[in-house]
Write a protein that binds this ligand. Structure first.
Ligand SMILES: Cc1cc2nc3c(=O)[nH]c(=O)nc-3n(C[C@H](O)[C@H](O)[C@H](O)COP(=O)(O)O)c2cc1C
Length: 262
């Protein structure tokens, strides 16, 4: 009988995705180690009984390219994996399919997948307070279901993982370019140049010598610098925020529920 453990690989600029991932992991009676994909990752081997829990936010209906690049440093040779996306109550579109496909391309067998909801990291009044206790309890239940399935799979030789999970999404996503907004956060005069944003930017888009700047070529608009700034000095341009808020009020106001594929 395999002695499973978790390898949690998370990309979570504003902290909601990692919260969901840890709640899932807690549902299984396994030990866990974590790889933070919000910083560069070295190539590393995955143990034969490690179950990779890959968790990412949805950006523009897809998963962030940089997160997938770093995830590819974890190569599998038939180990089990779980794909999880977290989205801001609008839609996850092709993101879960894209993550699941990437895991298979990296050498894993996708045992289960799920989409959870969290506060929208651009307009934080959308789905505020999510994931809530109910979401996190369901996440743990999902983790328990995964551990049960992994145990059964080990006994039956992987009959269930050979079945394709009915993950929604348009396989044509590969032909579509990932979108960017063009606008990026900048700092107001209240910036005290403490450098916290520069040090924690997942793509090093903020120069430590002048954190009031943002490199538009590198910035992926993940929202981390805006959320962590102790002076609330960083923000997106007001016009962009108002436009996104207007769109989200129409498309993301009604609370959505997590979806599990197992
Ligand atoms: C650039 C960007 C694009 C986003 N696109 C979507 C989207 O297409 N659909 C959606 O429902 N939420 C979207 N969101 C919201 C995030 O998916 C959501 O807030 C997520 O919980 C953020 O995860 P984190 O807290 O781990 O950073 C987007 C957020 C950002 C910053």
């Amino acid at each position: 009988m395999a002695n499973h453990s978790w390898l949690i690989a998370h990309f979570s600029p504003t902290g909601t995705t990692v919260k969901v991932a840890r709640a899932i992991a807690q549902g299984a009676p396994w030990t866990a180690r974590e790889v933070d994909l919000s910083a560069p990752v070295e190539a590393q081997t995955v143990g034969p009984d490690e179950v990779l829990l890959a968790a990412m936010p949805v950006f523009g209906g897809r998963v962030p390219a940089v997160a997938l690049e770093r995830l590819a440093q974890l190569r599998g040779s038939g180990q089990k994996a779980v794909a999880v996306v977290v989205y801001g109550n609008r839609a996850y579109d092709d993101a879960l399919l894209e993550l699941s496909d990437a895991l298979e391309e990296n050498g894993f067998q996708v045992l289960a997948a799920a989409a959870f909801i969290a506060e929208h990291s651009i307009v934080r009044s959308i789905a505020a307070g999510r994931p809530d206790q109910k979401d996190l309890a369901l996440a743990s239940e999902f983790g328990a279901m995964v551990s049960k399935k992994a145990g059964m799979e080990s006994q039956t030789g992987g009959v269930e993982t050979a079945k394709k999970l009915p993950i929604p999404g348009n396989p044509g996503y590969r032909d579509k370019k990932k979108g960017g907004s063009g606008a990026h956060p900048s700092a107001a005069e209240t910036c005290i140049k403490c450098g916290l944003c520069a040090n924690s930017c997942p793509v090093s888009a903020i120069p430590p010598e002048d954190p009031s700047q943002t490199d538009p070529q590198k910035c992926i608009n993940c929202g981390r610098c805006v959320k962590i700034c102790p002076e609330n000095a960083r923000s997106l341009p007001k016009t962009m925020l108002l436009a996104v808020e207007g769109m989200l009020k129409m498309t993301a106001s009604k609370p959505k529920q997590p979806e599990l594929f197992i």
